[in-house]
Design a protein around this ligand. Structure first.
Ligand code: PMV
Length: 316
């Protein structure tokens, strides 16, 4: 039996504008992983077991959903076929902007490649998984699958064609504490991305200006991360949030959590990912983590994860 994993991710700065080719910063969440085991099967065909959903299907009977598609695409790329059982488990909450779909697809591709005695490069993995991201997201920028495939903090700029996307690892001079608070509201990225698209089509000048503001914030935040100035990173988060609000992707639930976190002493915060629901992230001092976590739960967060960003990454 072969097992491979893939990490989750979180966008620190630049969501939405990244779809319009502005840079964005995202980091892997190495402690949150999707896991895929592949083993030979005595019966013909490929059986896929998604253990957490739970859901189980024969690949031959499955429609073109993302899970079936990544198995088919990977086998085609490997020019391989076999009778197999795939078991999928993931500790990454679904539909939360933590990259669960891309992580599962990445782990599937890695595990199948390993089963057939080979390995994809991160660029090959990112390209394969991008195909399934289109099913989840419509017009994805490609940031999720890229950060997950490379498992590195990346400044990502979308280009056309996607093979020319610009990726630069960015420096985090001092690891810092991040709180990730869930609003409890599932908000498909496809919807908010579609709304921003409609706004941009109606008033391109206004939206382009907002995207440029986000790009300027991303540059400042990247410089603050490189200097290890976490309070400043927090302040740029809050500035980024204000522009996201102007883009129309914030919500009362996000604002409520944001205010609670800031009142409890976070350096700053913002929504992360598509918006409306999903997660609100905060940069904070480790000594304030418990107090801020409690305040966020009291304000209605359904879960709060405290994590370190910028540590050495664990292998996979
Ligand atoms: O919801 P998430 O974390 O998958 O992120 C969506 C990020 C967007 O910029 C809104 C869309 C995209 O494809 O980059």
């Amino acid at each position: 039996m072969i097992e491979r994993t893939a990490c989750g991710k979180i966008i620190l700065f630049g969501e939405h504008a990244v779809v319009y080719s502005r840079p964005a910063l995202a980091v892997p969440l190495s402690q949150l992983r999707a896991r895929v085991r592949v083993q030979a099967r005595a019966m013909p065909g490929i059986r896929v077991r998604a253990l957490d959903v739970p859901r189980e299907f024969e690949l031959g009977d499955a429609a073109d959903d993302a899970l079936a598609v990544i198995v088919r695409l990977t086998l085609a790329q490997l020019r391989a076929s076999a009778d197999l059982i795939l078991e999928i488990e993931s500790a990454i909450p679904m539909a939360s902007g933590l990259g669960s779909g891309a992580a599962i697809s990445t782990a599937v591709a890695r595990a199948l490649a390993a089963y057939f005695g080979t390995e994809f490069t991160p660029a090959e993995l990112a390209a394969l998984v991008y195909e399934t991201e289109k099913i989840y997201h419509g017009t994805p920028s490609g940031i999720d699958n890229t950060v997950i495939a490379y498992e590195q903090a990346l400044c990502f700029t979308r280009k056309n064609p996607p093979q020319e996307n610009a990726l630069t690892p960015f420096a985090i001079a001092r690891p810092f504490t991040l709180a990730i608070a869930h609003t409890g509201i599932a908000s498909p990225t496809k919807i908010t991305v579609g709304e921003v698209r409609r706004g941009w089509l109606e008033n391109p000048a206004r939206y382009e200006k907002l995207f440029d503001e986000i790009a300027a914030i991303v540059a400042q935040a990247q410089a603050a991360l490189a200097r290890g100035e976490i309070e400043t990173v927090g302040a740029w988060m809050t500035r980024n949030q204000r522009v996201l609000e102007e883009l129309g992707v914030s919500s009362r639930a996000i604002e409520t959590l944001l205010q609670a976190g800031l009142r409890a002493g976070a350096f700053g915060g913002k929504l992360s990912g598509g918006g409306r629901g999903g997660n609100v992230i905060f940069a904070l001092a480790p000594r304030d983590a418990e107090k801020i976590k409690r305040a966020l739960l009291d304000a209605g967060a359904t879960s709060v994860m405290i994590t370190e960003v910028g540590q050495d990454l664990s292998g996979f």
